[in-house]
Design a protein around this ligand. Structure first.
Ligand code: GLU
Length: 305
């Protein structure tokens, strides 16, 4: 597998033709891929390909303390095993930290960020940041960096979940873009890379719905174009929890990729696909892809492991 130069913008055309859809799968290596992540990978791939679009893979590995040893290799191996071939070299966010720092500087020039010395404990029980450091003009060195938010409703129309709105001021307050320990926050990295990679569509789990208004806000501040959002219903375990690395969801068994693909398409309520080589199954899945068949809810029925 080849990896790209982190600063290069990626091509927005395929075989000389302009594309109208660019999508991605952007796992964090905080554990091996589980069935819930497979659902996201398959849905993001099929939706992009059903629109003759491009599909990229990005490893979101800025939060170094949360990286689980070996999970990056497992993710890359899984993508190969499912024959989910991306249209560009895979990028790794940890190689792009200078780019995110530059964007913080751009926001600084617009007077939209500030250094903050408040600890999480100081936020109080509702976790809403009231802006205590907004006007202190603290030096940026060794402090968390927060972005200012406004007292307006930000709304978007999700293709599966319908309209979703948040007032960032009253729901959250100015939020952190860079932690005091220097770690770039997911919200910033995701927005910058979605822009630099020319994304048009974000397909991901409904657990990230509540992050979207923050990302739209950052995109607005940076004059990036708005994206389309498709938040998929989540696969749940027998305790009623979403499958996640924290809940010890089982790692995908990469010796049976075709069977797992069939199950993922079934969970997404897509027409059945015959067992075959994963790539052939994906071709059939793309030909039959119908986003509307996916339940328009935040959770899938049934129990998954
Ligand atoms: N890296 C995030 C995760 O693994 C997904 C980010 C996104 O799709 O926007 O949960």
């Amino acid at each position: 597998m080849l990896f790209s130069n982190p600063s290069l913008p990626l091509p927005l055309e395929k075989e000389g033709k302009e594309v109208n859809y660019v999508g991605r799968f952007a796992p964090s290596p905080t554990g091996p891929l589980h069935f819930g992540s497979l659902i996201t990978a398959v849905a993001s791939y099929c939706d992009a390909k059903a629109h003759q679009g491009l599909w990229h893979v990005r490893i979101e590995d800025t939060d170094i303390p949360r990286i689980y040893p070996g999970s990056e290799e497992h993710i890359l191996h899984a993508i190969d095993s499912f024959e989910l071939f991306p249209d560009s070299d895979i990028i790794f966010q940890k190689d792009r930290l200078d780019i995110y720092e530059d964007v913080i500087q751009q926001l600084h020039k617009k007077n939209m960020v500030y250094a903050c010395q408040c600890t999480r404990k100081m936020l109080g029980s509702n976790h809403i940041y009231a802006g205590a450091c907004r006007d202190l003009a603290l030096p940026f060195h060794d402090q968390a960096i927060r972005v200012k938010v406004s007292n307006d409703d930000i709304c978007f129309q999700d293709h599966l979940q319908g309209q979703h709105c948040s007032n960032l001021k009253t729901d959250l307050g100015d939020f952190v873009l860079k932690r005091r320990d220097g770690i770039i926050n997911y919200q910033l990295a995701v927005v910058v890379d979605d822009f630099l990679q020319g994304m048009t569509h974000v397909v991901r789990g409904a657990d990230l719905l509540d992050n979207t208004e923050r990302q739209i806000w950052l995109g607005q501040l940076l004059d990036y174009p708005r994206l389309e959002y498709i938040h998929l219903p989540l696969a749940m375990n027998d305790q009623g929890q979403k499958l996640s690395k924290q809940n010890m969801a089982q790692a995908l068994d990469l010796s049976k990729p075709s069977e797992l693909l069939q199950q993922a398409l079934h969970a997404l309520k897509q027409p059945a696909v015959e067992l075959d080589q994963p790539h052939k199954m994906l071709q059939q899945a793309v030909a039959q892809w119908n986003l509307d068949l996916i339940p328009h809810r935040t959770h899938l029925d049934g129990v998954f492991i």
